[in-house]
Design a protein around this ligand. Structure first.
Ligand code: ADP
Ligand code: MG
Length: 241
């Protein structure tokens, strides 16, 4: 049985044109997938729908066989099992690294919080920064804190919405490699959204190409490079000769 199942999603905002068109994707448990698409192709909308933060007109999302509700059907918005990380870190500026990471765990007992915090600080290499405020951290470190906060609730699925776009190329490469290892060790299922093919490939060889709300192609880079399904897919790979 498939794990994260995105089944024939269709979305348009009010009277507007469709933004997501019949989009389906199955992601096996523990897999990391990169979804590449240009700006405005519907990537963020798709992630918000998967996380249950945005309604869809048609189609369903299932996690391990359980249907993800539309926001209007939910009593509490969002679910812990699926966490979304944005480009802007949205850290609390007046809270320390430790407080930011623990924020979603306010109602959990102290022992659990402490053990979770220690583990995440260790994995993210942020031990020395636990009492620092976001303004004292580099962009990459701030994004790590945001990822730590998302992981604090032990999600099964992590949705990354262009989380590295504000970092320079070298910082990005390093952070992606570091995080990839961490995700694999944790066994978390990841959908990494980016407009940058190089970033996508740094994270994984399992690619999905999206254009104007539609899935264009899915596969490994060699397959897409040798048999692109349309001009956009071909152009994406044209600089990789
Ligand atoms: P991407 O993340 O790939 O850049 P988005 O999902 O943000 O794409 O946007 C896809 C399209 O949907 C864009 O044309 C955008 O203007 C439109 N859109 C996104 N959010 C809304 C909204 N809340 N209301 C109306 N249109 C929206
Ligand atoms: Mg976006």
């Amino acid at each position: 049985m498939s794990y994260l199942k995105i089944d024939a999603i269709h979305k348009s905002f009010q009277e507007g044109l469709p933004v997501i068109k019949n989009f389906s994707l199955d992601i096996p448990k523990g897999q990391i997938i990169s979804l590449v698409g240009e700006s405005g192709s519907g990537k963020s909308t798709l992630l918000r729908i998967i996380a249950g933060l945005e309604s869809r007109n048609e189609g369903e999302v299932y996690l391990d066989g359980t249907r993800i509700q539309n926001p209007k059907e939910q009593l509490v918005p969002g679910i812990d099992e699926i966490q979304l990380v944005f480009q802007d870190y949205h850290l609390y500026p007046k809270s320390t690294v430790e407080e930011n990471i623990l924020r979603p765990l306010l109602l959990f007992d102290k022992k659990y919080k402490e053990s979770r915090l220690e583990m995440l600080l260790e994995l993210l290499g942020l031990k020395a920064f636990r009492d620092k405020f976001p303004r004292h951290l580099s962009g990459g470190q701030q994004q790590k804190v945001a990822i730590g906060r998302a992981l604090s609730v032990e999600p099964q699925v992590l949705l990354l919405d262009e989380p590295f776009s504000s970092l320079d190329t070298i910082q990005r490469r390093e952070l992606i490699m570091e995080l990839k290892t961490m995700f694999q060790n944790l066994g978390v299922t990841v959908l990494f959204v980016t407009h940058d093919l190089d970033d996508a490939l740094q994270m994984t060889n399992d690619l999905v190409i999206m254009q104007k709300g539609k899935m264009i192609q899915k596969g490994h880079p060699e397959e897409i490079f040798s048999k692109p399904k349309n001009l956009y897919a071909a152009k994406l790979f044209s600089h990789l000769n």
